[in-house]
Each structure stands twice: as C-alpha cells, then as structure tokens.
Ligand binder design. Sequence first.
Ligand SMILES: Nc1ncnc2c1ncn2[C@@H]1O[C@H](COP(=O)(O)OP(=O)(O)OP(=O)(O)O)[C@@H](O)[C@H]1O
Ligand SMILES: [Mg+2]
Length: 354
Amino acid sequence: MTEPNLVSAYASEAERDAEVSVRPRRLADFIAQHRVRDQLDLLLQGAMRRGSPPDHILLSGPPGLGKTSLANIVAAELGTGIRVTSGPAIERSGDLAAILTSLAEGDVLFIDEIHRIARPAEELLYSAMEDFRVDVVVGKGPGATAIPLDVEPFTLVGATTRSGLLTGPMRDRFGFVAHLDFYSPADLEALLHRSARILGVPITDDGAAEIAGRSRGTPRIANRLLRRVRDFAEVRADGVVTLETARAALTVYDVDALGLDRLDRAVLTALVDSFRGGPVGLSTLAVAVGEQPDTVEEVCEPFLVRAGLLARTPRGRVATEAAWHHLGRIPPNGTFGLDAPPVPDLFTRAPEQP
Ligand SMILES: Nc1ncnc2c1ncn2[C@@H]1O[C@H](COP(=O)(O)OP(=O)(O)OP(=O)(O)O)[C@@H](O)[C@H]1O
Ligand SMILES: [Mg+2]
C-alpha cells in the first residue's frame, strides 16, 4: 500500500479497504461526537417506535471524521438494508431513478459526496425525498412523457465535505443535519485503544496518547499512524506500542509532535528563517519550498492555520509566535509577523505601503 502523505485526511482506495476492519458498526462503538450521537440515537429510536423511516439525514464535516461510518451505523441501528452510491457516480437522472425504484421499504440510501450530484438527478431526488415519487421521462422531444413511479419510503443519508456547496432546496429537504467536528486528543486515545484491540496490537496508555497527539484530530490519521507504528514495533521492538516505540516510529516516518510532516515544517521553516516570519505572499513561499502554490495552500495551510501556527492575512502569510516556538526558534522582539512590513511577493504586486 502506498501512503505518500501519512497525515493526509484523505484515503486511497487501498486504505479504505484497510479501514473496514476497524470501522465502528453500531452507535455504541462510535467514539466521541456525543452530541451527534445523542441526537441520532433519539431520531432513530423515535422512528423505530413509530414504525416509519426517520427524516433524511445530512452528515457534513471534513474527511476522515466518520461520515461513512455513521451512514452504515444508521442502517445497522434501524436494521434495514443500505444502498451506497455517490454524487459523482450518478451521471444521469435515469441511474438515480433505477436506484430509487429498487429500494425496499425502510431502506437507507447513502449518497456520498452529495454536493457533486448532477442537477437533473438532484431535482429527481427532491420529489423522491419529499413525496416518495419520481417522474421518469420516457422518449425524447415533443413525444416525451413523464411516467410517475412510486418509491418505497426510505431514508436518504447524504454525506458532504463541502456543505456550503449544497443548494438551498437540497439542504432544506434534510430533516436532520449533523456536523462532525475534529476529535480531541483524549477521544483519539480512546479510539486508538479500540482499534488496537481489534487489530490485536498491544498498546500502552502513553503510546496511545503519543499517537493521538500527532493525529490532527482525525480518526483516519490516528488509525493510519497506529498501523505504521505497529510495523515499527514489530520489526524493531517487541511488538508493543509504547511511548518510546511510538516516538521512534513517528520520527522515522517524519511526523512531528504536532502531526506536521516534512512539507508542513518546510513551509514554517521557510517562513521563519527566510522571511523573518512574514508576511510573505503565497507564491514566494511556495517557490521557497519548491512546491506549487496550490499544494501549499490546499495541502499544508488548512492544518497550519487550524493549529494556530500560520495566519493568512491580506498582506501575506505570517508565522505565529507558536510557530517560532514549535521550530525551537526564539521569536524576535518588537515588529515581526502581523506588524512587520510585508516581503514583496514574486508574482503578485506587493501591497501598497500605508
Ligand atoms: N467516531 C469514530 N469511532 C471509531 N472509529 C472512527 C470514528 N470515526 C471515524 N472512525 C474511523 O476512521 C475511518 C474513517 O472514517 P469514515 O470513512 O467514516 O470517514 P468519512 O468522514 O466518511 O471520510 P471521507 O470524507 O473521506 O469519506 C473509519 O474507517 C473508522 O475506522
Ligand atoms: Mg466517507
């Protein structure tokens, strides 16, 4: 399995297969996210008491936080079947009509990346969600007729990493919207103990804590780092994941104490050492680390900003005081960072000085 970026929140196809064994199956196995869990529990229990399918459910949040897991859990808790598809996979509305009309009563239809569904299919979905009915158009041109078809009552579970891209009418048709947040280190520690138990990996509390702290609040990354540390523990040590093996392994894999990888650290180091902490324009910063601006902006910056190490300002990128400390540098006194004059950007016009 190739995992080029150990701390990416995205998964390759191979990794999605590796994830199946540790995927939580029931609500009780789903670690943390207590608010979402409680709300879902009420929704599902209420529906089961009434004997009718629950409202349609929208799960939104960054990659790797458990949307697909929750969609499967919904079906497992309801004891119903689940059909899985995704926005990009539904090219024609006919494809969707075929899926909808083949659902059994009470089934869950899971549409991943629902923000990427094509518009005609989306419109078909509206009537299915609202009235459990679809109009299938037969024929072309003036002779075309719409044949109304019934759809069994079902529950749509939609997942999206970009809820802002959903259309208003789409969002309004979900009766229940859950937003998944990043996990705390303590939550990830619990998650790692669970995964280690399933994988048969002996792990100590401080070993789990060490991996949790480097996992960027993301279960997928925690599980991935656990698999890599397990390799290291088995090959170079006695197979037990301890504080020492976790530290040694993650040093080998170039994942630092905050979960930054080589490129993240290169960006911060360039910012601090070459540009006195900034502000510096994105394209200059990208050249300094030998990467495309898009890569720096989309791969590195979101986490650096979230971790409070980098700020995006109108005058350019700035290293925060925490970034200096994280790199083991002493932040300069007086004007640096947010107050400093900007370093002119290579490819864009430097901002006017006030
Ligand atoms: N709350 C949780 N408890 C236990 N394991 C979890 C939890 N959330 C996620 N995981 C683990 O993380 C992995 C990734 O979760 P999942 O595939 O559900 O994320 P996702 O939000 O659907 O990601 P993507 O946006 O990339 O599709 C799962 O295989 C599962 O093992
Ligand atoms: Mg998913």
